[in-house]
Design a protein around this ligand. Structure first.
Ligand SMILES: C[S@@+](CC[C@H](N)C(=O)[O-])C[C@H]1O[C@@H](n2cnc3c(N)ncnc32)[C@H](O)[C@@H]1O
Length: 232
């Protein structure tokens, strides 16, 4: 498999980290970070990712400040979670939650472009996928920057287990339409909720993220989509 060099659009570091956060990052990240195997054709050995066996492995792409990921790992004690986020302030935010909750041993962090990680995950290895409020890039000339495209969706289809759930949210109507169309074209995902009239509401086991709060405060109603990976 040819390693794809990707460009992450958006922020990695918006300002200097506060000394406490910098120290936390230096102390806690090395043990949790996923480094891709040097052989560009090799996949990650998921059996060696966590110190203790886990029942299922979930993935969150673009976890932002980490509050949703921290909630899921707290609420699902038998599950391991991989979080992808290139934004350093966000990674420090997640680490703070994990330290407070004592859940770091079931989380691994990929601090780079999620698409580099997707290429190195084995087929049918992920039991649930979260992509919440990924950057909408509303201007037409920026649409090619959107995370959701045919290539990313076929990577999702490959890594998800049969029957696995793919959760997606956005507050941008254009990105909602784009995603509904792209996912429908892919043909291996089925919508869990029927869309007729009102959009589906956020399920109770899906806590509000900081981005959702901001969207609501600015008068934008988010849309929550749940798909199932159709059995192979
Ligand atoms: C609008 S924010 C939403 C954050 C969070 N999910 C929430 O709901 O609050 C989108 C996040 O996706 C991250 N992101 C953007 N491109 C990414 C990529 N290629 N791989 C992983 N994360 C990415 C950004 O750094 C940013 O933190």
């Amino acid at each position: 498999m040819e390693e794809r060099r990707r460009r992450v659009y958006g922020r990695r570091l918006s300002h200097r980290l506060r000394p406490g956060r910098q120290a936390l990052l230096e102390r806690a990240l090395p043990a949790l970070r996923i480094d891709l195997p040097e052989d560009s054709r090799a996949q990650i050995d998921l059996g060696k990712l966590f110190p203790a066996p886990i029942r299922d492995l979930w993935l969150e792409i673009g976890f932002g400040a980490g509050e949703h990921l921290a909630h899921q790992v707290r609420a699902n004690p038998a599950v391991g979670l991989i979080g992808c986020e290139p934004f350093v302030q966000g990674i420090a935010g997640l680490l703070r939650h994990l330290e407070a909750d004592g859940t770091a041993n079931r989380v691994r962090i990929f601090p780079d472009d999620a698409r580099l990680l997707l290429d190195r995950l084995p087929d049918a290895s992920i039991g649930r996928l979260f992509v919440l409020f990924s950057d909408p890039w509303p201007k037409k000339r920026h649409h090619k920057r959107r995370l959701i495209d045919a290539e990313t969706l076929s990577a999702f289809a490959r890594i998800l287990k049969d029957g696995a759930e793919f959760r997606w949210a956005s507050d941008d109507g254009g990105y909602v339409e784009w995603t509904l169309e792209h996912v429908a074209r892919n043909e291996v995902f089925a919508l869990s909720d029927r869309i007729s009239g009102d959009w589906p509401q956020r399920p109770v086991d899906w806590p509000e993220t900081r981005y959702e709060q901001k969207a609501r405060a600015q008068g934008r109603a988010p849309v929550f989509l749940r798909y199932v990976r159709v059995p192979r």
